[in-house]
Ligand binder design. Structure first.
Ligand code: ZN
Length: 428
């Protein structure tokens, strides 16, 4: 089983499926080739598949994107489980810092190296290899896999549109298993039962441009913006029982020029991002931010710039917000996954909602009753076989980092865990 997963993971990594953001046709075709590779692999274990191409809905992404839906069906199963994954990868970053070819898929000291090893071609390969095993050993199986080429960037013509089409065709799905990296260090210690939502927006401070030496001739937008950022950053959004909770961060600032030290600029802008739990909605968050600026906390009430803070323009990208989701910890898939992982590590996995957004967020819109759980490889590239940390741990080897890797042992264990989860799900 190990060699099948490893061989497939290597094949996938050797195709450069870096998210195409410039309409590079060749790149889009590589993504499709990668999906065909998976489809024909699955066909050998008795699966059927269909390629789905979608286009439009994004001004910077006017190209057709490919997705594949693979279905393994046999016997008379009661429930339908769907795996979700992606084959597009983020750019390699500083290529000179890689010790191997990022698309070489080299195996060294027990690790498979390459862009996408952890996020998430290793997981996809493990699931497909697991299904070969499941089809050989189980009598009743109904499993699908939605694999997209549009997750890492726009995510408009990927999983969401596939789900819409499956829903349109009235295909019932009871549970979704997202194969994204889910535990920080060792395989199987963590499972995500949801993810926080994400809202992005800007704070715009308008001032009056002038000479820095002549007070009274300018109104400094930077000072007002910084005060507003301090007020918003200082607010505790957390509520009882949340882990992680809601948090506000300023992610980028745009103002003035480092080449003009005597010029006060006319405008300053901040880009902000809030990761939020189900206790908030994009609208209640915007309301809260406006309130904090309009009715600032006691400590700021007499600040000389507070009246200007009240006039700041707050813009929120409500249309592109991703909503949080949470699966109750008491359903079929939840029990099966915790049981399977308990066997892997002799203790129950931690269930949390940490980490970035994934395609799991699209499920609720189309399949509100379905369970969604996320279980995949370790986020930081995994540990050595003896449990020690590899050299450069945390700085490299993990998802989106240079020298991304996955341990060959984890690939094998992940394959076994997926096979066990699918089997148990159909025969509880
Ligand atoms: Zn991913």
């Amino acid at each position: 089983m190990t060699s099948e997963t490893l061989r497939l993971a290597q094949k996938l990594i050797r195709m450069d499926t870096t998210t195409v953001i410039d309409g590079n046709k060749a790149g889009l075709l590589v993504v499709e080739d990668c999906l065909y590779e998976l489809a024909s692999h699955a066909e050998r274990s008795g699966a059927t598949w269909s390629m789905m191409r979608f286009q439009g809905g994004h001004e910077k992404w006017p190209y057709p994107v490919s997705n594949v839906v693979v279905t393994w069906k046999k016997g008379n199963p009661k429930q339908h489980l769907c795996y979700m994954g992606h084959v597009d990868v983020v750019p390699v970053g500083e290529k000179s810092q890689w010790n191997t070819d990022p698309f070489g898929a080299e195996v060294k000291d027990g690790f498979l190296y390459g862009r996408g090893a952890t996020d998430m071609k290793g997981s996809v390969a493990a699931f497909f290899a697991a299904m070969t095993e499941v089809m050989k050993t189980q009598d009743h199986v109904h499993v699908s896999a939605i694999i997209t080429g549009d997750e890492e960037w726009a995510a408009v013509n990927g999983t969401a549109k596939v789900l819409a089409e499956l829903k349109d065709k009235r295909i019932p799905i009871d549970a979704f298993l997202v194969g994204e990296p889910s535990s920080p260090n060792a395989l199987g210690t963590h499972v995500k039962s949801g993810r926080r939502g994400s809202l992005v927006g800007r704070l715009v401070s308008e001032g009056t441009q002038g000479h820095a030496a002549y007070a009274g001739t300018f109104k400094n937008p930077n000072a007002v913006l910084l005060l507003a950022a301090e007020i918003l950053n200082g607010h505790d959004f957390s509520m009882e029982g949340e882990s992680p909770s809601t948090n506000f961060e300023i992610v980028a600032l745009n103002s003035g020029s480092f080449d003009a030290s005597a010029v006060i600029p006319a405008k300053a802008e901040a880009l902000w991002n809030i990761r939020f739990t189900q206790n908030w909605s994009p609208n209640t968050l915007v309301e809260k931010l406006r309130d904090l600026l309009t009715y600032p906390p006691e400590a700021y009430k007499n600040h000389p710039l507070i009246e200007d803070v009240k006039k700041l323009r707050l813009v929120a990208n409500l249309h592109s917000a991703s909503l949080p989701y949470k699966t109750p910890n008491e359903c079929d898939l939840y029990c099966v996954v915790t049981f399977a992982l308990e066997r892997l590590q002799n203790k129950e996995p931690t269930i949390d909602m940490d980490g970035g957004t994934t395609d799991g967020r699209f499920v609720q819109r189309f399949y509100p009753e379905a369970e969604v759980l996320e279980f995949g490889p370790p986020e930081r590239g995994g540990l050595n076989d003896d449990g020690s940390e590899p050299e450069g741990y945390m700085q490299e080897g993990g998802m989106h980092q240079v020298n991304e890797r996955i341990s060959v042992k984890d690939l094998d264990e992940l394959t076994k865990a997926y096979a066990r989860i699918v089997s148990l799900y159909h025969n509880p």
